[in-house]
Design a protein around this ligand. Sequence first.
Ligand code: SF4
Length: 742
Amino acid sequence: MSSDSREAKATRIRHLLRTEGDAVERNTRTFNRGRYDAVAELEAYEEYRNRAREIKERAIENLPELIDEVAAAVEENGGTVYLADDAADANRYVREVVADADAETVVKSKSMTTEELEVNDALEADGIDVWETDLGEFVLQVADETPSHIVAPAIHKSREGIAELFRERFDPDERLETAEDLTMFARGFLGERIREADVGVTGANFVTADSGSIALVTSEGNARKTVTATDTQIAVAGVEKIVPTVEDLHPFVELIGKSGTGQDVTAYVSLLTPPVDAPSLDRDPVAPLSSESADERDFHLVLVDNGRTAMREDDQLRETLYCIRCSACANSCANFQSVGGHAFGGETYSGGIATGWETGVHGYDSAAEFNDLCTGCTRCVNACPVKIDIPWINNVVRDRLNRGGDDGRFEFVYDELVPDEEPGGIDLQKRLFGNYETLAKLGSATAPVSNWVGELGPVRALLERAAGVDERRSLPEFHRETLRDWFSARGPSVSRADADREVVLYPDAYTNYVDVDRGKAAVRVLEALNVHVRIPAVGESGRAPLSQGMIDTADERASRVYAALAEHVDAGRDVVVIEPSDLAMFQREYEKLLPERSFERLRDGSYEILEYVYGCLENGADPSALRRPERPVAYHAHCQQRTLGLERYTTTVFRELGADVLESDVECCGMAGSFGYKTQYYDLSMDVGDRLREQFTSPAARDRLVVASGTSCEEQLGALLERDAAHPVEVLDPARRNRTDR
Ligand code: SF4
């Protein structure tokens, strides 16, 4: 990526932060908090998630058979099924049905699949009046904008903005100010359109193969009106919406509203087996529902492929088809909370999972533009009701995009310097950040000169121009004496014979070359708990290349790490990791990179440092051997630590040692590894970080000792608060000096 395109991207992000950021943040964070509360009250939450996942896996596996089954069921009910290959094919069919009905007006309920196909444009080209009946979609239709969220499409719009829009467009008799005024106006306006309409178009959240029923989950009930008010109904659904039986709907109905907007149940869950028997609105409204009315109605189910069969055959993209479009991944995403879907989206879909959808239905170009807004923090993985590994899909697409890259201008400079496994042509910025260990090794070997040179103005300017490393960030300071050098010279202070336990401390690249002090603190803390420590020669985990989509390099690094640790795992030594993102590699991503048995052994034998300290204390180690925090603590856990559910060990250890701990409820600091260093994302990174700054400068937190578990979190907190943060293990270090007690 050139510096011009980086600047263009930064400008667009700044624009969205200014124009849409506040509304998006307010709404997505409300949804996200609602999800936390709603799922906490759902006792069988994990059970429902497992069941939902299992149903989707089975349904996609048996998709061809289910398509046949649903076609037979709908036809037996008196409807028609059309299997459309692509958008043009689907639109042609819909236009024909509308033309056969001599329709002039079509009403639609919200459907992302029809957005994907651009059905409205196709019908309008035939002179048909098309009206969106979902309030959010209606607002966007009037504003001539695209959705910025898959569930709440107008999430980026403020009440004032909508009032102004309605005033300009409709010149209403009365001033519309409150949300109720606006809703009632839209309701009246759309009520007339629905009564006049000839054809109703809906999507389908689910289609059941056994009965040919469609399930529509809405907040407004407009889908039901769209169906009952028109004699011709068309339901448009991706083929992935089929589930085998009506009973299979249960876990999804429990999960979809709670996951997306935090509602206990969405206001309307309609299960229709069309053609429906309900009389249409121009009949006597008190007439009994009769089977004859169904005979006069026309129902068409358009099942859309549009790339989905190819996604099903693609081992990496297949999971995308399990998505039930609840939006929990978007709402839980720190970057999405700042800029919304207009930054994330491709042509139709938005949020983390959009990369999978856009790649599948519109192709790589559509997925490319903002694919790297996903920082791989993994918070969405726990939010997703069907447990889709969204960050992994993003990694895969990033990797494939890298392979199609053509920015090879500086290749000759870097080929020797960056011994990665990638082909030529990868964006220089990605290659630089993906080879962090090599740079750190070189920086350490030449320190302090490397640190001095790195801070020179012309060097920073060149780094910013050529590789997009933002000049406003401080660069890491490399240590000449690495953690491993220090430990080799010093040796362990607790012998194997005297120790209660034996561990290998994983020397991640940052601890080994930059934050050597936290590595030394970890050694001293473990030894204070009577643990025999070793620090083996083992390289970078693969996190840095993976974050840039360099999967082959990450794969090679994973094999090397496992080879170096295997003898220790075999010998029953515990692997202790300081940096949460490296531990997350061992416990999550290595499943994709190592043989199953190797992955499982490393996963089961590795621990986060404070998790390990907690375990030692629980098993009888003497807590008085540790330094007690002398001041109240403001603690920020790392995103991946939270995903793994490990942050509680740090707070528990601190509290057991008598500390007053305030834990940040801001899930991401915005730095996210190399993300915040990139020129194009600096402003977004700081905007996300602002939420943490606000919390840690509040009266309840501002005089506390700032503690953070992640390298990048420490960096970001330093920039946000203009005071240093310490790693928890430094606070507990028996040899701690005042440095960490600021
Ligand atoms: S990926 Fe998961 S969380 Fe995101 S919209 Fe799909 S089902 Fe919901």
